[in-house]
Design a protein around this ligand. Structure first.
Ligand SMILES: [Zn+2]
Length: 178
């Protein structure tokens, strides 16, 4: 039987979801987000019956934390496994996923789907862009006009040259697109 990535425990089990994110964000063990203490002997796992999954305590600054702090998962009441499902959907579909599509697949409400989609896309946005091109690099440029369909009625006073947005794109071979 083929082993589908969708059957991975991180998509179904909250402990496994935390273990997955912790391994990604803390490759060398937990780090306290409050005081940056990374000494594993000074960080304990809180394990009461009613304790939230993934809760730890830093004995250096005496504050509790989870791996969600400082990430897009912070301040979210949604289970981490649902976040991982949404991230997987958005990252594995070539053209992204609409709010409605997320809502249908995840079986959640529309507000939840909207929130997930926005936060995840926001996190994927590129940071400060670097300069394109340079010595020996090839950058291609092209431009196009975004037009309405010929079937769409044009508003009064519409002038193609003025109202059609022009899009200019720069593509570095093997590099970024701007
Ligand atoms: Zn601390």
């Amino acid at each position: 039987m083929a082993k589908s990535v969708l059957s991975d425990a991180r998509f179904h089990n909250e402990e496994a979801a935390f273990a997955y994110v912790e391994a990604e964000l803390w490759p060398n063990g937990p780090v306290c987000p409050h005081c940056e203490n990374a000494d594993s002997s000074k960080i304990g796992r809180l394990q009461g019956k009613t304790t939230r999954v993934g809760l730890r305590k830093c004995y250096a600054c005496r504050k509790p934390f989870t791996v969600r702090i400082g990430t897009i998962f912070e301040d979210s009441h949604l289970p981490l496994r649902l976040w991982l499902q949404a991230i997987h959907l958005l990252c594995s579909s070539k053209k992204g996923s609409s709010t409605r599509q997320l809502q249908r697949i995840l079986g959640c409400g529309m507000k939840t789907a909207w929130h997930l989609g926005h936060r995840i896309r926001h996190a994927m946005a590129p940071g400060a862009p670097e300069q394109l091109g340079g010595l020996g690099r090839i950058v291609e440029a092209d431009e196009t006009e975004l037009a309405r369909s010929r079937k769409t009625k044009r508003p009064e006073g519409f002038r193609r040259k003025i109202h059609n947005p022009v899009v200019m794109s720069l593509v570095e071979r093997g590099g970024d697109i701007r």
